[in-house]
Ligand binder design. Structure first.
Ligand code: DAH
Length: 326
């Protein structure tokens, strides 16, 4: 009889091992441990056992019951953990969330504006859709000037144009603000250039303007030098080469010496000059009292040289693998 109980225990455990779902486990529980299950009916056989053997039989029945209960609990928790999928290891490093970052041009602009702000220039902006008066006429560009050619500008149907330079902001500010004025403005400009490594039909400029009593070329030079030192380092230099712009007199091209791959090189960054008295007069500002300087720098030039980017098109292809580097 006791040997039979061993066989029964074996049978129960084998059939339990194949139960891996809640439903089959429950069927097994009813069949073996339930009130009409196999264990109950085995207990009923106690009366058939000889009196001398009864204590041993009773003990064996207890251990059988314990063994089946334990095995059942164990199998239940195994089935449960298998169904809830692979265990999650909360100590594993998480998947990267792919946080975005500021575009290298936006960052460069923010850095440039910050340097000029420290020198007392108030950051401002102007519209990208402009009229010819702000883009040319008020800037002393004659009606017949080749810069106005339709092939070099984005004129809009129904009038107006996309600004071709941020010098428009000089006019926008001076027509509303009486001098003294000291502003810096960054933004997009548009020219229908064929795209290549150094040309794009949209790019960014930073414009500066300071109009006050007694502003001279020396202030212009020291402002640009102050910027170069703050932005490119104390060894940076500024070079001004005589040039021509309709809205400044005298005018100059600005070069700055910056460190590129460890070597100092001159890079042409834009134009500058003393605001032409004609510009001030057309805005009803007396050039006998007020003088000023202006400058316009190319942002892409600065960013590309600084980071060793050799093709402007890469900046605007929105390839995250490229942009993530800066
Ligand atoms: N607007 C000029 C350009 O796009 C650059 C420039 C030259 C801006 C001289 C200035 C300036 O403010 O004084 O080529």
């Amino acid at each position: 009889m006791l040997a039979e109980l061993d066989t029964i225990q074996e049978e129960a455990l084998v059939s339990l091992a194949s139960c891996d779902q809640a439903a089959t486990l429950e069927q097994w529980r009813i069949a073996w441990l339930g009130s009409k299950g196999r264990l109950k009916s085995l207990m009923g056989r106690m009366k058939d056992v000889e009196a001398a053997e009864r204590p041993a039989f009773g003990q064996r029945m207890n251990t059988l019951k314990q063994a089946l209960n334990q095995a059942f609990d164990h199998q239940c928790s195994r089935a449960e953990s298998e169904q809830s999928g692979p265990a999650v290891d909360v100590t594993e490093p998480g998947l990267p969330t792919g946080l975005g970052r500021q575009h290298v041009i936006s960052r460069t602009i923010a850095e440039i504006l910050e340097v000029f702000a420290r020198m007392g220039f108030t950051p401002t902006t102007g519209p990208e859709v402009e009229d010819e008066w702000h883009n040319f006429t008020a800037l002393n560009v004659p009606e017949s000037h080749p810069a106005r050619e339709p092939i070099d500008n984005f004129y809009l149907e129904g009038g107006g144009m996309l600004r071709s330079q941020t010098s428009t902001v000089q006019i926008r500010v001076l027509e509303h603000t009486p001098p003294p004025v000291r502003i810096v403005a960054a933004g997009r400009v548009y020219r229908p250039d064929t795209h290549d490594a150094t040309h794009y039909s949209m790019f960014h400029q930073v414009e500066g303007l300071w109009v006050d009593r007694g502003v001279t070329m020396v202030d212009l030079r020291s402002t640009l030098l102050g910027f170069a030192h703050a932005f490119f380092g104390q060894d940076a230099e500024v070079r001004m080469r005589p040039s021509y712009f309709p809205f400044t007199e005298p005018s100059a091209e600005v070069d700055m010496k910056m460190r590129i791959k460890g070597k100092w090189q001159w890079v042409e960054l834009g134009g500058c000059g003393m605001v032409d008295p004609n510009v001030l007069e057309s805005l009803k500002i007396d050039p006998e009292i007020w003088t000023g300087f202006a400058f316009g720098l190319g942002v892409e030039r600065i960013a590309m040289r600084k980071h060793g980017i050799s093709d402007i098109r890469w900046l605007y292809e929105n390839d995250a693998r490229f942009l993530r580097q800066f």
